[in-house]
Design a protein around this ligand. Structure first.
Ligand SMILES: Nc1ncnc2c1ncn2[C@@H]1O[C@H](COP(=O)(O)OP(=O)(O)OP(=O)(O)O)[C@@H](O)[C@H]1O
Ligand SMILES: [Mg+2]
Length: 240
């Protein structure tokens, strides 16, 4: 039976979809069955990041509106994918998406729901289906504060197990604006840390080209350590 994670943030562009793609890849390498569900209605991106946009025909909106069955809906790959609807319809509620996810969860070890930024309807749909959440932020104070707000909203919706991932972390940032350190991010969001992913140009290229980052790239190493923690191993926080 799958563990179901909503991947949330406050501000956009902090790396939620990148996180889902990177973690899914590591969990698949560990022989776990993984399903990624894009909840970013109107702005889907996971199909591109997982390199399967050409195979993506239906989305979970089609399923809710009875235009396809689960066989047609799921894009099969190393990591399976369900795409987000291109347009919003009132039927695309958390309750209706949850029925689908509940039907699918016996077939997977992990399901990741990639929420859109903020706390709107896509966020609500992702959180309604999940029993845990990973909140992503960069060390930018604006992102950290809004991440804390999204965490609060997830907790209000009944998700107790929320963990923090700090993405695009730089030990020596090249920006003048003050960024928060790891402890400050934890304190500001009141959320325990799952991991830290460094700023890695290879990731930026990978999301454009669809090519995988190398095994030894700093972000791949970080995704590996986080995936081990998700699997329940105690992996020390090294200089990530
Ligand atoms: N650790 C990182 N190092 C460098 N670039 C990164 C890193 N993480 C993400 N990126 C880049 O940042 C951009 C935004 O990432 P992504 O689309 O995953 O964010 P998002 O939170 O899903 O955005 P949205 O809120 O729009 O859904 C992408 O170009 C991605 O390649
Ligand atoms: Mg995204």
């Amino acid at each position: 039976m799958a563990q179901i994670y909503a991947v949330i943030s406050g501000k956009g562009g902090v790396g939620k979809s990148t996180f889902v793609a990177g973690i899914a890849r590591e969990l698949v390498l560990a022989e776990k069955r993984v399903l990624a569900v894009d909840c970013d209605i109107g702005l889907r991106s996971l199909d591109l990041m997982l390199g399967c946009s050409e195979d993506t025909v239906f989305d979970w909106g089609d399923y809710i509106l009875s235009r396809c069955d689960t066989e047609q809906l799921i894009v099969k790959g190393d990591c399976d994918l369900i795409a987000a609807p291109r347009f919003y319809e009132p039927e695309f509620t958390g309750e209706n998406l949850k029925k689908l996810i509940d039907e699918l969860k016996p077939g997977y070890d992990y399901i990741f729901l990639d929420a859109p930024a903020g706390i709107g309807s896509g966020f609500a749909a992702a959180v309604a289906c999940a029993d845990k959440a990973v909140a992503i932020t960069t060390p930018d104070p604006v992102c950290v504060r809004s991440c804390g707000r999204a965490v609060q909203e997830a907790r209000n919706s009944g998700i107790e197990d929320v963990k923090l991932v700090i993405n695009m972390f730089e030990v020596k940032p090249a920006v003048k604006r003050r960024l928060l350190n790891i402890d400050e991010c934890i304190d500001e969001t009141l959320t325990p840390l799952l991991g830290v992913i460094p700023m890695d140009r290879a990731l930026t290229f990978s999301s454009v080209t669809g090519e995988e980052t190398g095994e030894f790239s700093p972000s791949t190493q970080a995704f590996y350590r986080i995936s081990r923690r998700i699997c329940g191993e105690k992996v020390p926080l090294v200089c990530e």
